[in-house]
Write a protein that binds this ligand. Structure first.
Ligand SMILES: [Zn+2]
Length: 99
C-alpha cells in the first residue's frame, strides 16, 4: 500500500516484533532463571509505532510492563512445563511518574 500524505493512514496492516530473552542468574552464571518477551507493534503501511495502554513503565517478573516511551511491552513468560512461580524471584524495577 502506498501512503497518501493527504489522508490519514487507516492503519490496516501491522508488523509485530518479538524478542524473547533468557534471563540468567548472573553474568558468570549461565543458569536460566526466567524468560522475557519484548514486543513492539507498528503500522506496516505508514510505520507509525503503537503504544501499549494500561501498563506501568519498568521491568517486573510478576507481570507485563512497558518501556518509558510505551512502545515496547516487556512480558515475563515461562515454559509450559515450568511451575507457575517460575521466575518470580527475579528483581524488578518500576518507573514512577510525578505530576
Ligand atoms: Zn498506518
Amino acid at each position: 500500500m502506498t501512503a497518501d500524505l493527504d489522508r490519514p493512514c487507516p492503519h490496516l496492516d501491522f508488523a509485530a516484533y518479538v524478542a524473547v530473552n533468557r534471563l540468567t542468574a548472573a553474568d558468570d552464571d549461565p543458569t536460566v532463571v526466567g524468560y522475557s518477551a519484548d514486543i513492539t507493534v507498528e503500522c506496516d503501511d505508514c510505520g507509525e509505532p503503537f503504544r501499549w495502554t494500561g501498563l506501568d513503565a519498568g521491568v517486573s517478573p510478576a507481570g507485563p510492563t512497558c518501556s518509558v516511551d510505551e512502545k515496547t511491552m516487556c512480558a515475563p513468560l515461562r515454559p509450559a512445563s515450568a511451575d507457575p512461580d517460575f521466575g518470580l524471584g527475579l528483581p524488578g524495577v518500576a518507573v514512577i511518574r510525578r505530576a
